[in-house]
Write a protein of this length. Structure first.
Length: 682
C-alpha cells in the first residue's frame, strides 16, 4: 500500500465518523430515506465542505434487473454537468498559449459554414454563438435520441446549417452545438480526443479514477448505473442511452470523484487561481446586459446565498453540482430515476447545512412545509374552464374532463389523469409534471398556463379549437424539403385538420394566426411563406432553433426540368424578385436587359440585411435561391444560384439603389450579379 493510500484511508474513516456523529447528517439520512423506494432506482448524494466530503450516501438501485445498489462510488452519466469539464479543457489550452478564447471557431473547424459573422470560442462557451441546437436539428432530421449518435453524425448536420438564430454576442440561447464544437477544437489543437486530453490533464492529476468521457457508447464501465423511468403502472422501464458524442454531455463520474473536482476550485492542483477565475467569469452581451452563464457553469442565488451550479438530464439520468462559494460548501446529486428533481433535492440538502445563513422563503413556488393547510380544489365548473388545447414550440396538450377529473393527452403524451393540488394547479405523478393554469379572464376563458417538467418551465397558450376552413387550408398542402436537414415533410388536410408527416411521425398543426401554426415535439412553430393563394415554403422555429427553411417541391419529377425546357421557361415565364425589401410581394418583375442576355430589376434598398429569392408567380416553375456554400450575395460579385435554394442575403450599408441581374445564358447554372445601380438609373 502506498503512503498516499495509507493517509487516505484514515482520512476517509474520519470523514465517515464525523458524518455519523453529525446532526445534519442525521437529517440528511431522513431526507434520503424519503427519496428511497423499495425496488426502485435512486442515486448518490454527497456534501463537500472546505474541499472535504462531510456526507456521502447511495440510495435505490443502480440496476433493477440484477438488484445492484447505488453507492457513492457508482458511476453515473451526468449529462450537461459534463460541459464544465469541456470548458476547463479549453481554458487549459488557452493557458498553454495554444489558442485564444477570441479565436474564430472556423480557424479550427473550417467545415462549419461561414454565416457572415465571426463566432468565437468565447461565444461557444457562453451560449451566445447563435448556433442552432444540435439535438433539435437531429430530431427534426428524423433521429431519435436512443439512436447511436456519433460526433461525425452531429458534425455533418451542423456543417449544413446556413443561418444563425441571431448575430453572435447579441443574445443567449443554450446550444449544445457549441460544446460539440469545443470538443472538436480540443482534439484538433491538442492532437488528442477530448476523452484522452481530460484524462491526462484533469482526471488523472486530480485522482478522479472513475471519471471519463464515454466516447463510444458500448465501452464497458464496471458498476455503472442504468437509467429508468416510471411506466405508469407502478413499475419502471429501462431508457437506453446510446450517445457516442462528447463535449456537451457523456461524462461518467461518481460523487466521490466530484469531491476532488470541487476541491480543485478551492485549492487548484490543475490550472491556476486565474484559470478558475476565468472559468467562473460571465460575459456581457452587445446591449450591455450581463449574463450569469460562465464556462459550463452558471451563477445564481438561493435564499440569499450566491451559487454556482449546473444540472443535467439525458435519458432518465438527472444530475446537479450545486456550489455555495462563499460558504465553501457544495452538494452533488446524481440519479438514474427520471422522476428525480435533482436541483430541488440538492437545495433541500443545502438547507440542512446552511439553513441558518439563508434568507426566508419568499414566494409560493418554493416548497410548502409538510404541515401546510390543504389548498382549495377546483369545482366542476372551474374544471370545465381549463379544457381545450394549449401549445408551445415544444409541446401541444389537450385538456379534457372525464368522470369529474382533468386529463391531459397529446401525440407525445398518452392520456394522463391529473391530480388537483390547488384551485388552478394540477400534478401528474406519472410524468412528475405540474400544470398551473392562469386565472380566467372576464369572459371566463383561461388564456394559458405554465407546465413545469424536468426542472424547466414551459409557457403554454390556448390554441384555436375551431376546424380549419378546407378551401383556405389547401394552399398549405404539399411536400416541403429542407436542404439543411436533407429531409422531406408532407402537409395534408384531412377531416378539418391540417397535418404534417415527418420522419418522427405525424403531428396536427394548431392555428396560431393566419399562416402560422403550432405543433408538438420535435416541430415547434411553423410559419408558411405564401403569395396570394399559393405557398412556396415555410420556416420552422422553436426555443433553440429559429427560421429553419423548408421549400415546397414537386417530388413527381418536376423539380428539375430538362435543360432545353429550362431555357424555354426562362424565356417565357415571368420572374419576380421577392423578399424583405418588398414584403415578399409580387411587384418587382425582372425585365430583359439591353444586351438580351440577362434579366434585371432595379430597387431602392434601405440599410440593413435583406433576404430574398427569385422565382415564378407561385414558385412552382422556377424557384432560385442560394447554394449551401454561398447564400450571401455581395455587391459586384456574381453568385451561383440553386433550384430550391435557401433565401439569399444581402447586407446594405446605406440606403441606395441596387440592380439585380440574373444571367441565364446557361439555364442549368443561373447566376446573379447584385451591384449599385449607375447614377443614371437612380
Amino acid at each position: 500500500m502506498t503512503r498516499l493510500h495509507v493517509l487516505a484511508v484514515p482520512l476517509l474513516l474520519t470523514c465517515i465518523a464525523a458524518q455519523a456523529a453529525s446532526p445534519e447528517a442525521a437529517k440528511a439520512d431522513r431526507l434520503v430515506a424519503r427519496w428511497t423506494k423499495a425496488g426502485a432506482p435512486g442515486g448518490a448524494l454527497a456534501v463537500y465542505k472546505d474541499g472535504r466530503t462531510i456526507y456521502r450516501k447511495g440510495f435505490g438501485l443502480a440496476n433493477l434487473e440484477h438488484k445492484v445498489r447505488n453507492t457513492p462510488a457508482t458511476p453515473f452519466h451526468v449529462a450537461s454537468v459534463s460541459k464544465q469539464f469541456t470548458a476547463f479543457a479549453i481554458h487549459l489550452l488557452a493557458d498553454d498559449g495554444k489558442l485564444s478564447l477570441d479565436d474564430d471557431v472556423r480557424k479550427y473547424v473550417p467545415e462549419l459554414q461561414d454565416m457572415g459573422s465571426t463566432i468565437t470560442l468565447r461565444h461557444l462557451l457562453h451560449h451566445t454563438s447563435g448556433l442552432r441546437d444540435q439535438w433539435g436539428l437531429l430530431a427534426l432530421a428524423g433521429w431519435r435520441l436512443e439512436d447511436v449518435i456519433t460526433d461525425d453524425d452531429v458534425m455533418r448536420l451542423v456543417s449544413r446549417q446556413q443561418a444563425l438564430n441571431f448575430a453572435p454576442g447579441t443574445r443567449f440561447s443554450y446550444s449544445n452545438t457549441g460544446y460539440m464544437l469545443l470538443a472538436r477544437v480540443v482534439e484538433r489543437v491538442s492532437g488528442r480526443s477530448l476523452g484522452q486530453f481530460t484524462r491526462e490533464r484533469i482526471f488523472d492529476p486530480l485522482g478522479m479514477k472513475h471519471t471519463h468521457f464515454q466516447e463510444r457508447y458500448g465501452t464497458v464501465v464496471p458498476g455503472r448505473a442504468a437509467s429508468y423511468e416510471a411506466d405508469g403502472e407502478g413499475g419502471y422501464r429501462y431508457i437506453a442511452l446510446s450517445y457516442s458524442t462528447v463535449g456537451p454531455s457523456s461524462l461518467s463520474t461518481t460523487v466521490d470523484d466530484l469531491a476532488r473536482w470541487e476541491a480543485n476550485f478551492l485549492k487548484p492542483v490543475v490550472g491556476t487561481v486565474d484559470t478558475l477565475a476565468r472559468m467562473e467569469q460571465g460575459v456581457t452581451l452587445a446591449n450591455g446586459r450581463q449574463l450569469n452563464y460562465a464556462s459550463g457553469i452558471a451563477h445564481g442565488s438561493y435564499r440569499g446565498l450566491p451559487t454556482i451550479s449546473h444540472s443535467g438530464a439525458d435519458a432518465a439520468f438527472r444530475s446537479v453540482l450545486l456550489r455555495f462559494p462563499k460558504q465553501r460548501l457544495a452538494v452533488a446529486l446524481l440519479s438514474n430515476d427520471a422522476g428525480t428533481q435533482a436541483e430541488e433535492r440538492a437545495k433541500e440538502v443545502a438547507e440542512i447545512y446552511l439553513g441558518a445563513a439563508m434568507a426566508p422563503h419568499t414566494n409560493a413556488s418554493t416548497r410548502a412545509p409538510a404541515h401546510a393547510a390543504a389548498a382549495a380544489l377546483p369545482s366542476a365548473n372551474q374544471l370545465a374552464a381549463f379544457t381545450g388545447r394549449y401549445g408551445s414550440r415544444q409541446i401541444t396538450l389537450n385538456f379534457l374532463v372525464d368522470n369529474g377529473r382533468l386529463h391531459a393527452q397529446s401525440p407525445e403524451v398518452p392520456r394522463t389523469e391529473l391530480k388537483a393540488v390547488g384551485e388552478r394547479s394540477f400534478h401528474s405523478e406519472k410524468h412528475n409534471a405540474r400544470m398551473e393554469f392562469e386565472t380566467p379572464g372576464p369572459d371566463g376563458v383561461v388564456a394559458g398556463g405554465t407546465l413545469t417538467m424536468n426542472g424547466g418551465e414551459i409557457p403554454l397558450r390556448r390554441l384555436a379549437d375551431e376546424a380549419l376552413d378546407e378551401q383556405a387550408s389547401r394552399r398549405y398542402v404539399g411536400d416541403y424539403y429542407s436542404d439543411e436537414l436533407r429531409v422531406l415533410y408532407a402537409v395534408s388536410y384531412r377531416d378539418g385538420k391540417l397535418l404534417v408527416d415527418h420522419p418522427r411521425g405525424r403531428d396536427e398543426l394548431a392555428p396560431l394566426k393566419q399562416g402560422s401554426f403550432a405543433a408538438g415535439y420535435p416541430l415547434g412553430d411553423i410559419e408558411f411563406q405564401c403569395v396570394a393563394a399559393a405557398c412556396h415554403g415555410f420556416v420552422l422555429s422553436h426555443d433553440r432553433l429559429r427560421n429553419l427553411q423548408f421549400s415546397k417541391v414537386d417530388i413527381a419529377g418536376k423539380l428539375l426540368p430538362a435543360r432545353q425546357d429550362r431555357a424555354q421557361l426562362f424565356a417565357t415565364v415571368p420572374l419576380y424578385l421577392r423578399g424583405s425589401m418588398n414584403g415578399w410581394a409580387m411587384r418587382d418583375r425582372l425585365q430583359p436587359a439591353v444586351d438580351g442576355k440577362r434579366l434585371e430589376a432595379t430597387l431602392l434598398l434601405e440599410a440593413g440585411r435583406h433576404e430574398f429569392k427569385i422565382g415564378s408567380a407561385d414558385y412552382s416553375k422556377i424557384d432560385l435561391g442560394g447554394k449551401l456554400q454561398a447564400p450571401q450575395a455581395h455587391a459586384g460579385q456574381a453568385l451561383q444560384l440553386a433550384e430550391q435554394g435557401g433565401n439569399l442575403q444581402l447586407e446594405v450599408p446605406a440606403r441606395a439603389v441596387y440592380r439585380f441581374a440574373l444571367d441565364v445564358a446557361d439555364p442549368a447554372a443561373p447566376s446573379l450579379l447584385v451591384e449599385l445601380a449607375p447614377v443614371a438609373a437612380r
